[in-house]
Design a protein around this ligand. Structure first.
Ligand SMILES: [Zn+2]
Length: 66
């Protein structure tokens, strides 16, 4: 399956433009370093999720984060 359109995003941490692809394991971040930095920031405010830095837009618990 070939995607004709390549999507680019900016790393939320350092704003580096990266290609959004399956090859980028750290998306939406440019690198593991940025991923860990961002993950660490919010993880300090919430309970640590056991080694699963998975991003979902869905709210799993039905709770609103405000
Ligand atoms: Zn970055």
């Amino acid at each position: 399956m070939i995607q004709s359109k390549t999507k680019y995003i900016n790393c939320p941490n350092c704003q580096t433009q990266i290609e959004w692809s399956d090859a980028n394991k750290h998306r939406p971040f440019c690198s593991k370093r940025c991923q860990l930095i961002d993950f660490g920031e919010w993880a300090t405010e919430k309970k640590s999720i056991a080694g699963e830095p998975t991003y979902t837009d869905e709210d799993e618990n039905g709770e609103l984060l405000q």
